[in-house]
Design a protein around this ligand. Structure first.
Ligand SMILES: Cc1cc2nc3c(=O)[nH]c(=O)nc-3n(C[C@H](O)[C@H](O)[C@H](O)COP(=O)(O)O)c2cc1C
Length: 368
């Protein structure tokens, strides 16, 4: 446990983060003129603004290849540890994650990259471990993708070795099924002698079990229509962690559209998930999961659903509506949310002015 790790353990009852801003179009498969281009100047300005407004974290996506279509959805992406390092140099309070594909990063190199980011940020770097799923990304790297279960077995060795590199001063050998490392040393250690906050979003049984044993935070989906079920899951997951002597926080993810009126927000949401969506890129996301017109009778329905599904839980409405929805998530015992926006920079000031005071009033945020 690393309870002194800055914003992930601050006194805001409900943590707020921005998710996906290192990728062009963020998480909304859209072709609107104002879509997010993820250029460095915009990323830097977004991070500074989010820091000033009081956001707790920024979480990037580990993505290596775009989805085609007129916008080549997520075709422009920054590598996340170097992206985080740059943003940490330009901010003062918030935590910035790297989203690291364990199979693609040699652990000796990754351990030091992350420590470098952590020192630049004075202890504000955090790690989101992913094991990968997207075959074309692995083909591009020349590294074969393992079977699903083996991916987490490998990640387990990877993070165990890295935690030792982060804590142990004496040279050590590491011998396991996949990794055979000799005479390992790694200096300096992470800032303050504490390991960075570690997150995982595996949804399978092996993914959840991995998080339970190795991570400080876990991503789950929020069930809007069954808050009780969400709360039960969170309670049971935390209890399971405690039964093995660990504490874990449960986070969720979504997409916010916040406008002066509910009508404006709903119209905009409808537009960018229908007419404004990049359906060629949508078809590529389906093809990657082997879903085609030829093999799927309800292909058209699925095609229409992807722009909605891809952004996670939609939080759409006036500032009062959005505050209320976030309060419902908090009420389920969820520690925080990482959400995306169509344009992370231009939409932030309104959230700072209208949403943040409402969240403070609702008890979700510590008084400024
Ligand atoms: C909030 C969230 C963030 C994720 N970020 C990434 C990512 O950046 N890159 C990636 O390849 N997979 C990402 N994933 C996929 C998960 O790491 C995981 O592979 C997926 O949820 C399937 O679970 P499983 O691996 O247990 O089958 C993310 C999932 C969620 C819910």
């Amino acid at each position: 446990m690393t309870p002194d790790r800055h914003q992930m353990y601050n006194n805001n009852p409900f943590k707020l983060g921005l998710f996906g801003a290192n990728c062009s179009s963020g998480r909304a498969i859209n072709k609107l003129p104002e879509r997010w281009l993820a250029d460095w100047e915009s990323c830097e300005a977004m991070a500074k603004l989010a820091d000033d407004i009081g956001f707790d974290f920024i979480l990037p996506i580990g993505r290596w290849k775009g989805y085609g279509g007129p916008t080549n959805f997520q075709g422009v992406t920054y590598e996340t540890v170097t992206w985080a390092t740059g943003l940490l140099a330009h901010t003062r309070r918030l935590t910035v994650f790297g989203t690291v594909h364990a199979p693609l990063f040699n652990p000796m190199v990754a351990a030091k990259q992350m420590v470098t980011a952590d020192h630049v940020g004075r202890g504000r770097f955090a790690l989101n471990i992913v094991v990968g799923w997207n075959e074309p990304e692995f083909q591009m790297s020349g590294i074969p993708q393992r079977d699903h279960g083996d991916r987490y077995d490998y990640a387990e060795e990877w993070i165990t070795a890295i935690k030792r590199m982060w804590s142990q001063h004496e040279p050590f050998d590491f011998d396991a099924e996949f990794l055979h490392l000799r005479g390992v040393v790694s200096e300096p250690k992470p800032r303050g002698g504490t390991a960075p906050f570690i997150m995982n979003a595996g949804q399978s049984a092996v993914g959840k079990s991995f998080s339970l044993r190795h991570c400080n935070g876990f991503f789950t989906s929020f069930r809007e229509h069954d808050v009780k079920k969400s709360a039960e899951f969170v309670g049971a997951y935390k209890a399971e962690a405690r039964s093995i002597g660990r504490e874990i926080d449960v986070y969720t993810q979504g997409h916010v559209v916040c406008r002066p009126t509910r009508r404006e927000a709903e119209d905009y949401f409808h537009y960018f998930t229908t007419e404004g969506a990049d359906f060629e890129a949508v078809e590529e996301t389906l093809r990657l999961k082997d879903i085609t017109r030829a093999n799927t009778p309800d292909y058209e329905a699925r095609r229409k659903a992807i722009p909605l599904m891809n952004i996670g839980y939609p939080i759409v409405g006036s500032p009062d509506d959005v505050a209320e929805k976030l309060a419902r998530i908090h009420g389920a015992g969820i520690t925080g949310i990482g959400f995306s926006l169509v344009n992370y920079l231009t939409e932030l000031p309104f959230l700072g002015q209208e949403l943040m005071p409402r969240l403070a009033k609702a008890g979700l945020r510590a008084p400024a």
